[in-house]
Design a protein. Structure first.
Lengths: 132, 132
């Protein structure tokens, strides 16, 4: 599959205030993607997208990421059932991160360990405490 | 300054369920950090931390990041006044991302462009629309 082409912003005003989606993928071709629960607002996970994952997310309305460990496009929920219906997709000022508001399918969670959110541990006095 | 040393988790159970903070910095020594507003829950920004930034955040209760453009430790708000008081700090399942709940000082915003959140643009039909 040919990688989808996104344009490059010509200057800072276009990057920061323009209406053209011009994601700044890093040297590995990735941008950070944070997914929050569309109703609770909870941060569910932080993952990565390459151009193909972003294009697939935009085309289907379901979250696609790039797995760094598997080096492959990854439709969230393909095996777990935790498909993420995207209700809103935002990009940040310098277009190197996206924020997805999602409705998780399946058991309603997002984390492979079994918690609802991947962020199930609070750092307290230097130690980690599990707390949903 | 000597870089603070964090331990490495010996195995996956320790990494995912352990009580020891063992962040997995990438080959550049960074982990992703997402900051949300402690009261509204809004995602304010996505930035990066090296070991020194994470240690400074833990030690002071104020958010410190690593500026990739300036390649330097960066106390958020040092020049803008938008100091971020951390009310809760979480780490994800594979310990390569942190979630900070923060109370922003100064004008209450987090974005250098002037918006409250860096994510002030929604992607709609392939184009970017500014919407707070």
């Amino acid at each position: 599959m040919t990688a989808p082409a996104f344009p490059t912003a010509p200057d800072t005003p276009a990057l920061e205030r323009g209406a053209v989606l011009a994601p700044r993928f890093d040297e590995k071709g990735l941008i950070a993607a944070v997914a929050t629960h569309a109703t609770s607002g909870e941060v569910l996970m932080l993952a990565w997208m390459d151009a193909a994952a972003l294009a697939a997310t935009l085309a289907t309305g379901e979250a696609h990421y790039f797995s760094r460990s598997r080096q492959a496009l990854w439709k969230k929920g393909e095996t777990s059932g935790q498909v993420q219906q995207v209700t809103e997709l935002r990009i940040d000022c310098d277009q190197d991160a996206v924020w997805l508001k999602v409705l998780p399918g399946g058991d309603g969670g997002a984390c492979h360990v079994g918690f609802r959110s991947c962020f199930y541990r609070v750092i307290e006095n230097g130690a980690l405490v599990e707390r949903e």
